[in-house]
Design a protein around this ligand. Structure first.
Ligand SMILES: [Zn+2]
Ligand SMILES: [Zn+2]
Length: 322
């Protein structure tokens, strides 16, 4: 069964060459051994703080030992040096422990990581110099990681990148035409259909998107309208860390030690994004390499239908709960 899907909102085009009987982990041969390059001594471990630029943000325990540390990127992809400001680029060192998997962090540790994301996005947003901020994680060499120690990156940019601006323009047009947030409508549709939903509780939904680029891709979205990740309402506790950890654990249940990217997609920082924008976290397992076809056509080939991927993730969930 071959089906071409284009998602009107994100503009993604995916060719589903679905071998429906296949489990996603039959492709795991391409992903299992991709441990990031071992680097000793590890520059992100305690005791090696001088091998990174000085921290711009830390969370420490009562004894003064840091647990989360944010530093400017030593090898920035963008530069904040005047006179030409092209962007800010930071590294979030997510734990003092030398672990490589994000799911190896406890819920409490992940909550501190999410706080660091929020604080640094707020910092750059309030600087007034940038229009857009992105937090992303590359885990495993296949996902672009060069260091194993659990970390993510933040980039703030003076202009909204083209594909993000195009998606936002479509969302704004949809809001004007229908009077409703396009993403809130998407949440309602996924809830109604149920078949791609992996989790729906505590104000969040996690589902495998209709035009999934990769097997077991999952989006986590707030089920009430929230434009900006960094402006999240946290009264009454924050269930997101536990939900994120749960989803990562399910993905690793289906695809052990898979390389993946996590993208925290907040809305553009312009004021009028409040109604049309809606943040999400994308978790993209890197099962299929970006090959010539993808690069030439910007069309992705995914062998697993997202309905089937959601079923596999739910089976993994039952196995962990047993
Ligand atoms: Zn380390
Ligand atoms: Zn919304």
């Amino acid at each position: 069964v071959i089906e071409l899907r284009t998602d009107w909102l994100t503009g993604r085009t995916v060719l589903f060459a679905a071998h429906r009987a296949d489990r996603p982990n039959e492709f795991a041969a391409q992903v299992g051994t991709e441990a990031a390059v071992a680097s000793r001594p590890c520059p992100f471990c305690p005791g090696h703080e001088s091998s990174t630029p000085p921290a711009v943000y830390t969370q420490a325990d009562v004894a003064g030992y840091w647990r989360v540390r944010v530093v400017p990127n030593k090898f920035p992809a963008v530069s904040i040096e005047e006179p030409i400001v092209t962007g800010a680029h930071e590294v979030v060192i997510e734990s003092a422990r030398h672990v490589d998997r994000m799911a190896a962090l406890s819920v409490a540790e992940l909550a501190e990581v999410l706080s660091a994301y929020r604080a640094r996005l707020v910092h750059w947003r309030e600087s007034g110099r940038f229009e857009y901020g992105l937090v992303f994680k590359n885990l495993g060499a296949a996902a672009g990681a060069s260091l194993a120690h659990v970390h993510s990156q933040l980039i703030a940019l003076p202009e909204v990148p083209g594909p993000v601006a195009a998606e936002f323009a479509r969302a704004r047009q949809s809001l004007e035409e229908k009077g409703k947030c396009a993403y809130c409508q998407l949440v309602a549709q996924e809830r109604e259909a149920k078949e791609r939903v992996v989790l729906d509780r505590d104000g969040f939904i996690a589902f495998c998107p209709y035009a999934s680029l990769q097997p077991c891709e999952v989006w986590i979205m707030p089920t009430t309208h929230e434009a900006w990740f960094e402006a999240r309402r946290l009264e009454g506790g924050d269930p997101l860390a536990e939900i994120l950890r749960t989803i990562l654990t399910h993905i690793e249940g289906v695809l052990p030690r898979v390389a993946y990217n996590v993208l925290v997609r907040t809305s553009p920082w312009q004021v009028d994004a409040a109604e049309a924008g809606h943040w999400r976290i994308e978790i993209l397992p890197r099962v299929n390499a970006l090959a010539g076809f993808e690069l030439a056509t910007q069309t992705y080939i995914n062998p697993i239908d997202p309905i089937r991927a959601a079923q596999q993730l739910l089976i993994a969930a039952r196995e962990t709960n047993r």
